[in-house]
Design a protein around this ligand. Structure first.
Ligand SMILES: Cc1ncc(COP(=O)(O)O)c(C=O)c1O
Length: 353
């Protein structure tokens, strides 16, 4: 038997959101925070053209996409680092900072990949419990030690949908030592409507230890193609670029991301529709008697505690897949109006049972 790393015995595997089908064949996947929309015709057309190039390796520096992002956000191309989905960029960040004994601080519960990536990189996870449903930034600052290399702030937080506000984020950043990297994970940034939530891209410019993580998977609807990026000052972005597996972002993905930036207006109209549905779903749940934290992402969070699994099963029986975290709660993505109505009916039936 070959010898494997001991950490593999204890590492929790990443659980992707599942699809379910009801007895009468209905299936609504509200478990992965995906876009409910099919790809735009202009993006499909770009992908079709790019297909003729797949016998060649992609541009390893993804020059076209890097420049398009730099132009879009008014940043130098040297501030951009790409990866195969932002989860891979997060993995690269762990590889950039981790050494034996290195600590990485993050809120818990937050994005499930953080503990996994920390384990894989040989870093020690320091989990700081949420205060209610929100990051406890003061406690996170208190948790920083001389061993801390990196802190993740997931804003909005997955799975609770809550945000940290400008003043508390600034106060937190002022307390973080300059040699600790703060990653603002803004995978859901495009869904934020609360004007008091800082855009990481304005914060990072004056803060050499802040990096912003974004993705094409959610608002831009490219989850299946795996493109994410980081924007940070040059030393951070350059260090992260060094950790990329060569050719990680393929040519079709690069092309589709460029086409999506070109079609941004149309895509952001879709985001507006999801935000409207989010308000409708949350208000309907509250009218049913549920407590639902204000969400700035494309999902809602129900703290069901010991009834979480039972709730997920009841939704599954109606063909609605939600994302349960046993003993804690369920995250439910905002889908099409039909999917949302089916979910709301299942939630109402569960309350009234
Ligand atoms: C907070 C957060 N960050 C990063 C990701 C990773 O997304 P992707 O790798 O598809 O860019 C997700 C996906 O669910 C997420 O919720």
């Amino acid at each position: 038997m070959p010898r494997f790393r001991a950490i593999l015995d204890t590492m929790p595997p990443y659980k992707a959101g599942k699809a379910v089908v009801s007895a009468d064949g209905r299936s609504y996947k509200l478990s992965s925070n995906e876009s409910p929309y099919e790809p735009l015709p202009s993006v499909i057309e770009a992908i079709s053209k790019a297909a003729s190039q797949i016998h060649l390796y992609p541009d390893p520096a993804a020059t076209g996409l890097t420049n398009a992002l730099a132009e879009r956000y008014g940043v130098p191309p040297e501030h951009v680092a790409l990866g195969a989905g932002s989860v891979t960029v997060a993995q690269q960040l762990f590889e950039t900072v981790s050494e034996p004994g290195a600590e990485v601080v993050y809120a818990w519960r937050s994005f499930e990949a953080y503990p996994l990536l920390a384990d894989l990189a040989g870093a020690t996870s320091v989990r700081v419990p949420l205060l209610g449903e929100t990051h406890h930034l003061e406690a996170m600052a208190d948790a920083i030690t001389p061993r801390t290399r990196m802190v993740f702030v997931c804003n909005p937080n997955n799975p609770t949908g809550t945000v940290v506000h400008a003043a508390e984020l600034e106060a937190f950043l002022d307390r973080v030592p300059e040699d600790v990297l703060v990653v603002l994970d803004e995978a859901y940034r495009e869904y934020v409507r609360d004007a008091d939530v800082t855009d990481g891209l304005t914060v990072y410019r004056d803060r050499p230890n802040v990096a912003v993580l974004r993705t094409f998977s959610k608002a831009y609807g490219l989850a299946g193609l795996r493109v994410g990026y980081l924007i940070a000052n040059e030393p951070v972005a350059a260090a992260v670029r060094k950790t990329i597996v060569p050719f990680a972002v393929n040519h079709i993905a690069q092309t589709a991301a460029i086409a999506s930036l070109a079609a941004e207006e149309e895509l952001l109209e879709r985001v507006d529709s999801v935000v409207k549905e989010r308000t409708r779903v949350r208000e309907a749940l509250i009218a049913q008697g549920w407590t639902v934290p204000i969400t700035e992402a494309n999902f809602v969070w129900l703290r069901l505690e010991e009834r979480t699994t039972e709730f997920a099963d009841a939704c599954a029986a109606e063909g609605v897949a939600v994302r349960p975290f046993a003993g804690e709660g369920a995250r439910v993505s905002i889908g099409s109006p039909e999917a949302n109505d089916t979910f709301l009916a299942a939630a109402a039936a569960f309350r009234n049972a």
